[in-house]
Design a protein around this ligand. Structure first.
Ligand SMILES: [Zn+2]
Length: 169
């Protein structure tokens, strides 16, 4: 018996009527039924979605672990590590997600600390400096974010590299 799929690799068969059609044909010329496309077109957009989803998962885990005593010191490494592991793009992809995780959890934290600082300042009695004290408290909140940001980036990128390496390419 001849093996047509081996001898004639450019030919496929219509999914509906079974007629032999060109491999590149999107629609069967015999019956007009659209052929299923299992090309990699959706894997690209899927990967972009995964980066966003993995970043959000990592950031949420970082914030949640941040409320647990002792473990909170390592929360960026845990969140970044999980994001990097879920990314499944090796150490490089893990580092990228790790950095994104830190940005994702620092932005709400920065807003919170600056608002809280301003609020504390505004609650101080006028004799203590009023608006000036509020601005100073907000500035202290901002400095606190910067102080938190540096080790957080280092930890979450290390976590992301380890997580990505464990998950593999
Ligand atoms: Zn057909």
């Amino acid at each position: 018996m001849l093996n047509w799929s081996r001898l004639c690799p450019m030919s496929v068969y219509c999914q509906s009527c079974g007629e032999e059609i060109n491999e590149d044909a999107e629609i069967c010329p015999e019956c007009g039924v659209r052929q299923g496309t299992d090309t990699g077109s959706d894997s690209v957009s899927g990967m972009e979605g995964n980066t966003l989803v993995n970043t959000i998962i990592g950031a949420v885990v970082t914030i949640v672990v941040g409320f647990i005593p002792v473990l909170n010191l390592l929360s960026p490494a845990i969140g970044g590590g999980l994001g990097g592991y879920l990314q499944k793009e090796g150490a490089g992809g893990g580092a990228k997600v790790g950095a994104l995780v830190t940005i994702a959890f620092l932005i709400p934290l920065a807003i919170l600390l600056v608002v809280a600082g301003g609020l504390i300042g505004s609650l101080l009695p006028a004799g203590a400096g009023g608006a000036g004290a509020g601005a100073a408290a907000g500035g202290i909140g901002l400095i606190a974010v910067v102080i938190i940001a540096i080790p957080s980036f280092v930890l979450s990128i290390i976590g992301g590299v380890v997580g990505g390496a464990v998950a593999g390419e």
